[in-house]
Design a protein around this ligand. Structure first.
Ligand code: ATR
Length: 269
């Protein structure tokens, strides 16, 4: 669909962010709508955190509105603003995709982690029974930790600079998956024992960032996955390639997640 194809029947969707100028989702989602011949359009919505309650009230009244994607800094706030959540959103403590039901009810989901895991799976990387090292314990890491646990990981080690956050996340995951061995670490000297290494810290976004974990023991038997989408090649991925590992960059995962979001919002069957 192009802008001149928009009619009174076109359904509206949005992406909510503050700031908004950097978002690329409209291009990707509108291309998806077009590929599937869906009469819908997704537009950027710039709203500050203190405007969210009024926005939600307005969107509940807007009958041709199908839902929206929420990104930085709105994901934690959206949890309490939705009427209902599905999946792991409440456990993770954040919502990144909201469907507006025909009666105006807002149903939130957190698809960051599921998108990440589906991205791995669609590239033939299995999770079941694997020993996984997850670097990070912030928002992205929480979503990924629950998704990895739900996907059948065999063992999860969460490594984070602030070890208290790794411990708190480990406790939350353990509560939900009591049979999964989960441990927290402040640092690791040897990563040889793991099958999959995931970077869910922000280290690697800026030039000169140190590696998120030490890479002693890194070898061709490892899968190294990155949650960072930009730059496409982080220092961790470069090192992994140099060591002959199988690598999974962050960006392709976005595409899988876009499809999951379109389905949650009811734009795709
Ligand atoms: P996001 O929502 O993108 O996950 P976040 O919640 O702020 O962002 O989490 C950022 C993650 O990167 C955290 O795990 C953070 O570690 P701390 O919990 O110790 O802050 C990690 N991180 C960011 N900068 C870091 C640095 N310089 N060294 C080590 N870890 C860092």
């Amino acid at each position: 669909m192009t802008i001149t194809d928009i009619t009174g029947k076109t359904r509206l969707f949005g992406i909510l962010a503050d700031p908004i100028h950097q978002v690329k989702t409209p291009q990707v989602m509108n291309a998806l709508f077009r590929r599937h011949a869906v009469d819908a359009v997704l537009v950027p919505m710039h709203v500050a955190p203190d405007g969210l309650p009024a926005l939600m009230a307005g969107l509940r009244e807007m009958r041709n509105f199908g839902g929206f994607i929420a990104t930085v800094p709105h994901k934690p706030d959206m949890l309490s603003l939705c009427d209902e959540t599905v999946g792991d959103a409440a456990r993770i403590g954040a919502v990144n995709c909201v469907r507006r039901e025909s009666d105006g009810r807002m149903v939130g989901a957190m698809l960051d982690g599921i998108g990440f895991v589906e991205g791995l799976r669609s590239n033939g990387i299995g999770i079941v029974g694997c020993s996984i090292l997850l670097a990070g314990a912030g928002g992205a890491a929480s979503a990924i930790a629950f998704a990895l646990a739900g996907a059948g990981a065999g063992r999860l080690t969460i490594c984070n600079r602030t070890v208290e956050k790794a411990e708190a996340l480990s406790d939350r995951v353990r509560r939900d998956h009591p049979y999964l061995p989960v441990q927290a670490k402040a640092a690791l000297s040897d990563i040889g024992e793991f099958d999959i290494i995931v970077n869910a810290t922000s280290l690697g976004m800026r030039a000169g960032d140190p590696l998120p974990v030490g890479l002693k023991g890194l070898g061709p038997h490892h899968v190294v996955a990155e949650a960072i989408m930009e730059p496409a090649e982080t220092p961790l991925l470069a090192e992994a390639v140099r060591h002959g590992c199988r690598v999974q960059p962050g960006l392709p995962m976005l595409e899988r997640q876009i499809e999951l979001m379109a389905r949650h919002m009811g734009a795709l069957a």
